[in-house]
Ligand binder design. Structure first.
Ligand code: NAG
Ligand code: NAG
Length: 528
């Protein structure tokens, strides 16, 4: 009920949206009518919940990270900074492939395996897939009705399959040999899913739809042209990619949750393929999969697997919790950090400990924002930090993930104004300190759920500083008796356009007298 109170724009972010620029997108968002907005709110007794339910979802479209390059929000094009010539096919360097290209050449790999009792016994007794002769009983489980009240986009549909699975990208179909016909199929024996790990009505029309087609026998499925001894994951990188927050929440963490236990023995098939995106995150994709990513949009093979997923498991943004089916291995954000450190060879697992005889200064990294939510007196803040004993580096989040990951990992304290740049906390050593400056406008929910709680979950020390009405440029735009100051929740009640226009566009100038104790707290956290 809450989500319907806030209508999303109905225009899908399809190819036509490909040449939109960020500022224009922001403007368009600004123009979106907050349809029927008041109705749900007035009716609801749980005002705050309704508001946040919706804007948690709406917020994300705007959470810009890299300012100028965040113009890629709905773009299917690489940002200028990461354009690599000759990426038309996006092919990564070819590594040894495990699949057998010619099924006839492999006597252990019958072309049209049928499920037999003998084979099932083999499956039951086998501890490892050996030589590809094992046939698994057909099994499909789809998880698609999960609901997370606070995070309506957090339960995307995902199907897990085992058996004889034949993926034909050019038909956008996964044939599933399923003699019993059992499973979540429609009357045509089909199950259609848009495999993007964010259940977001605004985005989904732009996500390639993939069909799982249940067929009664292998003869009814296309012949395998390429066999894989490892499971497959078919997923989309459409959406708000190239916003670092969304790269992580909508693709990389879901991929981690879905595949980390396979230790690289998994084949990734990517729909809505973006060569620059795959290139940008190659170190992570390589850590998750030992095989070249396959572009689902440009592939004529019929790939055969014995297990796999269509879609990915996902949890709340940068917050992940144990779950019996979605996260059965109880991966935590600390595990994700460890994974990132290994993928990028980041050296530091722990911050510098002060108070020892070492004379090394604690390192502070300040992430600078150049578009909205600028820290106007950054030089003053930086000077105070130096005076307090920090060695300060100021940097804008870099398009080169590895370079920036190294910078962040070298820091003991990361300081930034609320924004997707704070996502870089994932590269901090465990135990380091995150300082979030929260702009004016009752941003508690976003500050906590997007960055504060994740910091705690990653076992970082977390310090948050809420600016007062004296420290925001909103005071130059609105009189003090305006609801912007008297009742900021009224901004939220108007829905996303107002939040984007008012709250997200302010700059801040922190009061040094007020801010100093928070810096001392950060310093103090490092003494423990
Ligand atoms: C995951 O956590 C649950 C409790 O939340 C526990 O019952 C289960 O045994 C854990 N699983 C693993 C693999 O540690
Ligand atoms: C800065 O904060 C201090 C402590 O809250 C306060 O006394 C002072 O008036 C503030 N300065 C400005 C310019 O608002």
């Amino acid at each position: 009920m809450a989500s319907t109170a806030y209508s999303r724009p109905s225009k899908p972010p399809g190819p036509a949206a490909g040449d939109r620029s960020g500022p224009r997108l922001a403007k368009e968002l600004g123009r979106i009518e907050p349809k029927k907005l008041g109705i749900g709110l007035v009716a609801g007794c749980c005002f705050a919940l309704l508001t946040y339910l919706s804007f948690a979802r709406l917020f994300a479209i705007y959470s810009p990270v890299f300012d100028s390059s965040s113009s890629m929000v709905l773009k299917n094009m690489p940002p200028a900074t990461t354009t690599v010539p000759g990426t038309a096919t996006g092919a990564l360097p070819v590594e040894e492939q495990k699949e057998v290209r010619d099924p006839e050449a492999d006597p252990h790999m019958p072309n049209l395996p049928e499920v037999t009792e003998k084979d099932q016994q083999e499956e039951a007794t086998a501890t490892k897939p050996a030589g590809g002769a094992i046939i698994t009983e057909a099994k499909i489980t789809c998880d698609e009705n999960g609901v997370d009240e606070g995070f309506p986009y957090a339960r995307p549909p995902v199907c897990e399959l085992a058996g004889d699975i034949r993926v034909s990208p050019k038909e956008k179909t996964m044939y599933f040999v399923n003699p019993s016909g059992a499973g979540p199929f429609d009357s045509n024996g089909e199950k259609k899913i848009r495999p993007f790990a964010r259940k977001d009505d605004f985005l989904l029309p732009g996500v390639v739809e993939v069909t799982i087609k249940s067929v009664s026998s292998a003869a009814a499925a296309p012949r395998c042209t390429r066999r894989h001894d490892v499971p497959v994951v078919v997923f989309s990188v459409a959406g708000y990619t190239d916003n670092f927050f969304h790269d992580n929440t909508d693709v990389l963490i879901p991929l981690f949750l879905t595949t980390a236990h396979l230790q690289g023995e998994v084949q990734l098939l990517v729909t809505n393929y973006k060569p620059w995106w795959v290139r940008k995150f190659t170190p992570l994709l390589r850590k998750l999969s030992n095989y070249d990513v396959i572009d689902f949009g440009k592939d004529d093979e019929v790939h055969c697997f014995r297990a796999g997923h269509l879609g990915m498991y996902r949890d709340r943004d940068l917050i992940i919790s144990p779950h019996p089916t979605r996260n059965p291995r109880n991966y935590s954000m600390v595990d994700y950090n460890r994974f990132l450190r290994r993928a990028f060879n980041l050296p530091r697992d722990a911050p510098a400990v002060l108070g020892e005889e070492t004379s090394a200064k604690p390192q502070m990294l300040i992430i600078e924002r150049k578009g909205t939510r600028k820290l106007l007196n950054l030089p003053e803040v930086s000077a105070l930090c130096e005076a307090l004993g920090f060695a300060v580096t100021v940097a804008e989040a870099d398009a080169d993930v590895r370079v920036f990951a190294e910078k962040v990992n070298a820091a003991d304290v990361l300081l930034a104004v609320h924004g997707a740049g704070l996502t870089n906390q994932i590269f901090l050593p465990t135990g380091a300190v995150l300082v979030q400056i929260v702009p004016w406008g009752k941003m508690d929910w976003m500050a906590t759920n997007f960055y504060g709680q994740p910091a705690r979950d990653m076992r970082l020390r977390y310090v948050e500083y809420y600016v007062s009405e004296e420290e925001t440029t909103l005071k130059d735009k609105y009189p003090r008796d305006h609801y912007v100051f008297k009742d900021p929740m009224h901004i939220h009640a108007q829905g996303w356009p107002a939040i984007a226009e008012i709250i997200m566009k302010q700059d801040v100038m922190v009061n040094m007298t007020r801010f100093k104790p928070f810096l001392l707290q950060a310093l103090n956290e490092l003494q423990d």
